[in-house]
Design a protein around this ligand. Structure first.
Ligand SMILES: Cc1ncc(COP(=O)(O)O)c(C=O)c1O
Length: 465
């Protein structure tokens, strides 16, 4: 049998290095590590038997929830007993070809070529290399730079980290290998013109234009952005922003990359988030929801005109990853997309988004909630100190976001994300199969947690008292 709860805690401390975590915060003389051992629908269960609503879909991955294990196991077993593995290195296998065909069918516009990876950072780096090879083939080797946005997260492998705009994640690792200029993100809440959507949009686009002119338009290879930016807290773009990006990219011969590692596969109620925001990208990067995380996989969708030079005589695509397009992952991705269609997953998000939006807006009655924003099943509450929407300082964020909230959320049986890569937010991204009862329960629990957080931080005390 497996290890007991106590042994798992001990062994984790002794042997497991946690990602993006203070490893010293867990262990015999510190806090208890959340160890999840089972899932069912939108719920997960820890090794003490506590049940949580997974209101973050295991980091934006488990679109269809946790109850499709048998079907996925059957898809995996069929593949494993036929051909356990082959690469996509100048060879292929039926599941990769079938999945590429399916993705081309679902993709917006003319994005009908697919390069498979094992995850999001790999997708971002592959998109960069494909874009570089496109420019090289077109006799423009000097296009070596990129435009990305402040606070955006595009992954952590060193190439992808270049695009990431979260400074503390970059600084320890020296100069970025890809020269990237970061421009303002689309956070309207604190923008001086954020309430005037047209003015806000025009300013953001003008800033990008200026950045490109300053770098030299002929030196810029790509603009990369998420349809709705995750880091900073579900930053929805103003109307016209993505069409504006397209226009700027076209005018300067730059390729437009939509990083949809989170926004694809239903998170915004569409197969691809670009559709929701009026984007017409040249490349789309994906991962997470492609398999609903029943297996690791990523994919880059490439427009026909970008792929075309890769088919020229004697040209080699100079990028490859052993496990990219693993047949078992591809078989699982095909099963996942089949479940999406059979169970009306996109339709569920579209039908219930207004309900979720309306329920979440009620949280604004709490003094600690300054803003509620998002789209689809992807929402953030920005947390503030007072009626003037003052931000929390570093010590307060430490107490609130790394102390109080993680503990209190678990007590409330809720998995959500307290984050301050930008300003302080609490984020949710429920499984896309969640019904109204689950969504309602999430908001109910958030209300309790945030009311307590306000009291703990003394927010609204002067007003109430
Ligand atoms: C928008 C975006 N791009 C890239 C990545 C990196 O993906 P991965 O962690 O699979 O490497 C993430 C991860 O959360 C992401 O949200």
């Amino acid at each position: 049998m497996g290890m007991s709860h106590d042994e798992l805690q001990r062994r984790a401390h002794e042997h497991l290095l946690l990602h993006f975590a203070r490893n010293g915060a867990f262990g015999p003389d510190a806090g208890e590590l959340l160890v999840l051992e089972r899932g069912e629908g939108p719920y997960v269960f820890d090794t003490r038997g506590n049940r949580y609503i997974d209101a973050l879909s295991s980091l934006f991955c488990s679109q269809i929830g946790y109850s499709h294990g048998e079907e996925m196991a059957a898809a995996a077993a069929a593949q494993l007993t036929t051909l356990a593995f082959n690469t996509n290195w100048a060879t292929a296998h039926p599941p990769a070809i079938e999945l590429a065909t399916k993705l081309a069918e679902l993709a917006p516009g003319e994005l009908s070529h697919v390069f498979f990876t094992s995850g999001g950072s790999e997708s971002v780096e592959a998109a960069w290399k494909i874009a570089r090879q496109y420019h090289l083939a077109n006799g423009e080797p000097q296009r070596t730079k990129a435009i990305a946005r402040d606070v955006a997260y595009h992954g952590v492998t060193l190439g992808a980290l270049s695009f990431t705009g979260v400074r503390p994640m970059k600084e320890p690792f020296g100069p970025a290998p890809i020269p990237v200029r970061h421009v303002s993100h689309t956070g309207a809440f604190r923008a001086p013109d954020g309430q005037d959507e047209a003015a806000f949009c025009a300013r953001l686009l003008a800033e990008i234009e200026q950045a490109i002119l300053a770098e030299g338009p002929e030196t810029v290879a790509v603009i990369i952005a998420e349809p709705v930016q995750n880091a900073g807290g579900c930053l929805v773009p103003p109307a016209g922003y993505w069409p504006g990006l397209r226009e700027i990219a076209d005018r300067h011969g730059i390729l437009l990359v939509a990083d949809e590692v989170i926004c694809a596969f239903g998170r915004l109620g569409e197969w691809f988030g670009s559709t929701r925001v009026g984007g017409r990208p040249d490349l789309i990067t994906t991962a997470k929801g492609l398999t609903s995380a029943y297996a690791p996989m990523g994919a880059v969708l490439v427009a026909d005109h970008v792929a075309e030079p890769l088919f020229a005589d004697k040209r080699t695509l100079l990028h490859g990853i052993t496990f990219g397009g693993h047949p078992v992952s591809a078989a699982i991705a095909l099963a996942n997309l089949e479940i999406f269609e059979r169970e009306g997953v996109l339709e569920n998000v579209r039908a219930r988004e207004p309900f979720l939006r309306e329920r979440l807006q009620t949280l604004r009655e709490l003094p600690i909630v300054g803003d509620v924003r998002g789209a689809g099943f992807f929402w953030a509450m920005e947390l503030v100190k007072d009626e003037d929407d003052t931000t929390f300082d570093a010590d307060e964020r430490e107490r609130l976001l790394r102390g109080f909230l993680p503990r209190r959320l678990l007590e409330a049986g809720l998995i959500a994300r307290a984050d301050d890569r930008g300003d302080s937010v609490l984020q949710i991204a429920p499984p896309l199969i969640s019904d109204e009862a689950v969504l309602d329960e999430i908001v109910e629990r958030l209300h309790g947690v945030l009311a307590d957080a306000g009291a703990y931080m003394g927010v609204g005390a002067a007003v109430a008292g």
